[in-house]
Design a protein around this ligand. Sequence first.
Ligand code: CA
Length: 128
Amino acid sequence: MPRIRERQLGASALLACVLGCGGEPTNLAPAAAPAAPAVCATFYADGDLKGATLVSMGVADNSPTVPPAFNDVMSSVAVTEGCTVMAYADGNYGGAEVTFTQTAKTVPPTINDAMSSYKCTCGGGSAK
Ligand SMILES: [Ca+2]
């Protein structure tokens, strides 16, 4: 008889725990997926990542033109890890093209003060 009461006690204690023992919340949030980078790359008007900036947002950002104030001024670029920037000397992805897979505090002469359009992609995604 005492053993049965013991078992009943154990069962009710277990039930109480299922309903909530306190402490950790029971509704566990699913593991967060790696967030897509909000910024693909940041272009700078001057070298050493200085001067006016133009920010490329998203995992696939194509700009056939850049804002007039930023046309032919890019001199350095900060590339988000895992992202790739293709900078073009002319609009609509024309002219000399330089690809950046990492931050460049200086850029090749072919693209320095020349960028007029760009494509930026992250995570191996293909831009259209
Ligand atoms: Ca410049």
